[in-house]
Write a protein that binds this ligand. Structure first.
Ligand code: ATP
Length: 573
């Protein structure tokens, strides 16, 4: 139950509807029993030809309870569903807020299909927790106890038979099935997550699988997982049906026992015969409230597993959030100065340092290039400067303030990023550019599109998911356009034109630098041409900085940068 503590807490945030639905549920249950009790009594009493007014009173009572029953059932359905949707919305909001705190290291820890299964499937499973797990036993208990107390007024032995039926159908049988259900439920959740993960990967990598002719192999594996999943679902269905059948059988045996016992008590003159039909009908009706208990074990297990999976992410998010919940602000209207001092960095779960003892200074309004062989840690350093990761040791300061203490939203508000891979959403060119700011006019957007040589794209043109209908170079230029429109005082560029032809690249970069005049710019580049205009060049190798200086200084030094430049020249000559 500890796994469900957090769900219960969320459930009780808005409890009014829950209480009202339980109230009406109890009322509906009791009035159903009353309707059948009165009917049974009228049938028997009528046979004894009583005065008409007695029958009239009971018929009126019967009608009254029928109306109360109909109204209570409606109110119970209305409020229980309202409560369910409120709980669902609270769980969803809570989960998403926590999840946000885990970005960007989320995909380091979870595969996207698994995340999707948690975000959609697990969250939705929790909506049943109140309606199918908490609500039925409460209503059943109150209705049964009221009925049993009412029955004791006529016969204690009959009341005891009903109590035995309650214990069996309400507790013992569901408990036995809950224990049996445990293994199955946990497998179903895991298999569903695996199926979601495999399907997502299959779709993402479809083209490569097709080209490498591995589609049938993957399909086979997917079908295997799917078959096992379907098999487990069938087992679950069988268990539920068996539970239902056993429960129903026990309730019928109880009613027959009431009839047999009642008949014996009547013949022994210990019970007035006029009440026998009433007691039998009461026993038949009261078990209706125990019927939802047949589903409760599987819903309980489902909610328990979903909660464990969801809150295991959230526990991590809570630690992360603590780290991120800093609210210092610095004035970033003017391009800031950034300094790194003795920064080490390990990716989560990695023993190998990605950055070691990195110290650098990016003066306000300066233009810095970071170069070095592939895998030397350039992007990792940029991610630290972007506050997407935190240094494992050492400090990064912005205008003298620790980056770790800065309010993320305010910091990111002032950054124009072009990363190695940029996401484009399904929509229009305009929609994707408006990510930089809702207020940006069409005129401004068209102007920037022409700067990055994308004048052939109209603002209303459709962009497919992940920019699938744009070439690699077009995607990069659209990302640059978005960054220019954002007008951040910090410009972080990670190989922004690696897929663009040299002539267009030169034009785009010139425009970009003209626009970024006054901003603090960091440019990661594999190409060493055009770096003459940078204020400083940082050369990295194996996670450390090995050279720093201006272009002429580094050439004069004849060190690593100079050698790279010679190699580049010989390759392109
Ligand atoms: N998410 C990650 N988890 C663990 N290690 C990672 C992760 N991302 C990158 N690395 C490793 O960190 C090192 C530095 O990677 P980084 O992307 O910073 O290199 P880079 O210099 O930008 O390379 P490139 O020029 O090829 O983009 C690499 O050895 C890489 O394998």
């Amino acid at each position: 139950m500890t796994e469900l503590k957090s769900v219960i807490k969320l459930m009780f945030i808005e409890r009014k509807d829950m209480y009202i639905s339980v109230f009406f549920g109890v009322f509906a249950g009791i009035s159903t029993v009353a309707v059948f009790a009165i009917s049974g009594y009228i049938v028997s009493k009528a046979a004894l030809l009583p005065p008409l007014y007695i029958l009239t009173i009971f018929v009126a009572l019967l009608k009254l309870f029928t109306v109360i029953r109909a109204f209570s059932k409606y109110a119970e359905r209305y409020y229980s569903h309202k409560a369910t949707f409120t709980i669902l919305s609270n769980v969803r909001t809570y989960f998403f807020t926590k999840l946000e705190g885990l970005a960007p290291s989320l995909f380091q820890r979870f595969r996207s299909g698994d995340l999707l299964a948690r975000v959609v499937g697990d969250v939705e499973s929790l909506q049943h927790f109140f309606l199918r797990v908490i609500y039925p036993p409460i209503v059943m208990l109150v209705v049964f106890l009221t009925t049993i107390i009412f029955t004791t007024l006529f016969s204690l032995p009959v009341a005891l038979v009903l109590l035995t039926g309650l214990i069996l159908t309400g507790f013992c049988i569901p408990l036995i099935f809950a224990i049996k259900q445990r293994g199955i439920q946990s497998n179903i959740r895991q298999l569903r997550a695996q199926l979601s993960t495999d399907t997502t990967e299959f779709l993402y990598g479809f083209l490569d699988l097709k080209l490498y002719r591995k589609v049938p192999l993957k399909e086979k594996a997917l079908r295997r997982t799917s078959d096992v999943y379907i098999g487990e679902q069938k087992d679950r269905g069988k268990q539920e049906q068996l539970n239902f059948a056993v429960n129903h059988w026990v309730s019928l045996v109880t009613s027959w026992s009431v009839l047999a016992l009642g008949a014996y008590l009547v013949s022994a003159n210990e019970l007035d015969g006029v009440f026998l039909a009433m007691l039998v009908l009461v026993s038949l009706t009261v078990f209706e409230t125990a019927t939802p208990m047949t589903e409760a074990p599987s819903y309980f297990e489902d909610a328990r597993n979903a909660s464990t999976r969801l809150f295991s992410i959230i526990d991590e998010a809570e630690n992360e959030q603590e780290r991120k919940n800093k609210n210092k602000v610095v004035d970033l209207q003017k391009a800031p100065e950034i300094e790194c001092a003795n920064v080490d960095f390990y990716f989560p779960g990695e023993d190998r340092p990605t950055l070691a003892n990195v110290s650098l200074r990016l003066p306000s309004g300066s233009k810095t290039a970071i170069v070095g062989p592939s895998g030397c840690g350039k992007s990792a350093l940029l991610h630290l400067l972007l506050k997407l990761y935190s240094p494992s040791s050492g400090t990064i300061t912005v205008q003298g303030q620790l980056l770790a203490d800065l309010d993320e939203d305010q910091f990111w508000e002032n950054i124009s990023p072009v990363l190695q891979s940029n996401h484009f959403f399904y929509g229009t060119v305009r929609d994707n550019l408006k990510l930089a700011g809702e207020h940006i006019s069409d005129k401004e957007m068209n102007e920037v599109l022409s700067w990055v040589k994308l004048d052939h794209l109209s603002l209303g043109a459709t962009i497919l998911e992940k920019g699938a209908n744009l070439s690699g170079g077009e995607q990069q230029r659209l990302a640059i356009a978005r960054a220019i429109l954002k007008k951040g005082s910090l410009l972080f560029l990670d190989e922004p034109t690696s897929s663009v032809d040299p002539i267009t690249e030169q034009r785009v970069m010139n425009k970009l630098f003209t626009q970024a005049k006054g901003s603090t710019v960091v440019l990661i580049s594999h190409k060493l041409t055009g770096l003459e205009q940078m204020d400083q060049i940082i050369v990295m190798d194996k996670g450390t900085i090995i050279e720093t200086g201006t272009y002429p200084e580094l050439i004069k030094r004849k060190g690593y940068f100079y050698q790279m430049k010679q190699i580049e020249k010989s390759v392109f000559l």
